[in-house]
Design a protein around this ligand. Structure first.
Ligand SMILES: C[S@@+](CC[C@H](N)C(=O)[O-])C[C@H]1O[C@@H](n2cnc3c(N)ncnc32)[C@H](O)[C@@H]1O
Length: 241
């Protein structure tokens, strides 16, 4: 438990530093480092949301309340807010959340929450219809924290509600280390920093453990897409009984 709390502090500090360095790049590193193409960035949020919902065969309704775990600067939150009645957007990084508020001043139906890095507190039990999370759990250094979030999904979802989230199911990608050139570039500010940090490298889950955790939390795993890859999508539903 103590280890998880200190990990949460480390994750918060890491992501605060990345938000100050180049929040757009660290949210979506398909874009170039410090490239500033914000139009593409926001369009990609819409596209990512559509892809997740499409692959998992899920639909959002205008009366739905949705939680966005690891919202960053609000890339998916903005896309969600246009489609539903309420979004609770949660992140471990105060710096990411500060930028999310500044970049999305008109989103009256969004509440931004600084999370503790391991749970969905302060969200209440059975308070939401849906949960979305994209490119967050793959960065968490300890899969036990990801399983903890899955248990929290079971607490926060109303009966019948669903969660659509991405995890890594490819342990190989989390060992990659930057080469000398990238390390030197980072030293002089020409390349991203933190590439060898556990809070960037993250971890893969064990889908069997994830299923077991979900089951104990009252969730049924209804669909898994992309098993064995870094972009593994999971659809879970809160049992009614
Ligand atoms: C790559 S960004 C993705 C942001 C957003 N989901 C998107 O797709 O635009 C990862 C985000 O997850 C957040 N994060 C990392 N670890 C977290 C944790 N343990 N709990 C909550 N948020 C976390 C980071 O602060 C960062 O904002």
């Amino acid at each position: 438990m103590l280890l998880r709390v200190s990990r949460a502090g480390e994750m918060g500090r890491f992501w605060d530093a990345r938000a100050r360095e180049d929040a757009f790049y660290f949210v979506d590193n398909v874009a170039g480092y410090r490239d500033g193409d914000t139009e593409r960035f926001w369009a990609e949020g819409e596209r990512a949301l559509d892809t997740i919902l499409g692959l998992l065969d899920l639909r959002l309704g205008p009366r739905d309340a949705v939680v966005d775990i690891g919202c960053g600067v609000g890339r998916l939150t903005r896309a969600l807010a246009a489609r539903v009645v309420r979004v609770d957007a949660l992140d471990v990084s105060a710096e990411m959340l500060g930028r999310a508020r500044e970049l999305n001043p008109g989103l009256a139906n969004v509440t931004w929450h600084r999370g503790d890095g391991t749970s969905l507190r302060p969200l209440a039990d059975a308070s939401t219809d849906a949960i979305v999370s994209h490119v967050v759990f793959q960065h968490i250094p300890d899969p036990a924290i990801t399983y903890g979030y899955v248990a929290e999904m079971g607490r926060v979802l109303r009966p019948g509600g669903w969660a659509a989230f991405q995890v890594s199911d490819d342990p190989g990608v989390h060992a990659a280390r930057p080469g000398l050139r990238a390390r030197l570039g980072a030293l002089v500010g020409r390349a991203p920093r933190g590439q060898a940090d556990p809070a960037w490298l993250g971890s893969a889950v064990d889908l069997a453990v994830l299923r077991e955790t979900a089951g104990e939390a009252g969730l049924d795993i209804e669909r898994v897409v992309g098993e064995g890859t870094q972009f593994c999508l999971v659809r879970a539903r809160r049992r009614s009984g």
